[in-house]
Each structure stands twice: as structure tokens, then as C-alpha cells.
Design a protein around this ligand. Sequence first.
Ligand SMILES: [Zn+2]
Length: 151
Amino acid sequence: MLCEMCGKEVVATARVRLGRAVLSVCPACAKFGQPADPSPTAGEAPPPLVRRPLLSAGARTGGGGRRLEERDLYREIGEMELAPDWFKRVRAAREARTWTPEEFGKKLNEKKSVVLKIESGGFHPPDALVRKIEHLLKIRLRAETQPSTPS
Ligand SMILES: [Zn+2]
């Protein structure tokens, strides 16, 4: 029999679970997985896709350690929903005015590095700065779903 992991010819393979896959592997490779039930009662039924905590977008109340970090980040930026391409809008509008990142930064009272971070999407500006940017560039950065308050 061949080990499905390293391809070595062995007398007997063991069935181990690696993530969602169950492989027949040699004893050496068996260490890398968890032992799978040698006589599965339900045959080769695929594992049910019930729990996908990372992909459940709306699970704000779900108690998961991994979600906390993200929620805190949202809290930090003040719950303001920005459009998916908000940073591209910033850059496009800034370039349309032929302002350098430095010039734009001065108008915002921010450093050039902050402007560059914003335009790469690596920095979520606080609400006040979002409004400043919108005002300066005469653009909207917030998601369409957000009710727009006339200023
Ligand atoms: Zn092996």
C-alpha cells in the first residue's frame, strides 16, 4: 500500500484525519493527523459544513474569541460603514485634484504617511477624518446603505 502523504510503500496504512480529509498514510505520517474511525458507520459521507465561524458575516452576537478582535476594531472606527472601495475613491479624487499625498496631508493636518496608509486601505480613518476627507475632496466614502445626514 502507498502512503497518501509521502508516497512511501508500506505494509499497512493507517487512516488519519487531516483537516477535512481522511488519508491512508504510513505510521510515520500518521503522527501529523488525528486517528480517524477505521470503520465509519456512515460510510464516506462528507463532513457536514455546519460550523464556519470565520465566514459568518452577520454573526455579531456569536461568542467566538476570533470575532472579538474584529469587533473591537469596528468599535474603534466608530461603527461608520465605509464603502468597500472607499480608499480607492480617496486616491482617485485626490489625484483628480493633482494634489500630492503630502499636500493632501497638509490640508488634513495629517502626515503624508497617514495619507498613503489611508489610500492603500491599511488605515481606517476615524469618523472626524472621514468627514474631513469627504469635505475636502467632495466625495462620499460611506456605504450607500448608511442613511446620509445632510450637513
Ligand atoms: Zn508517509
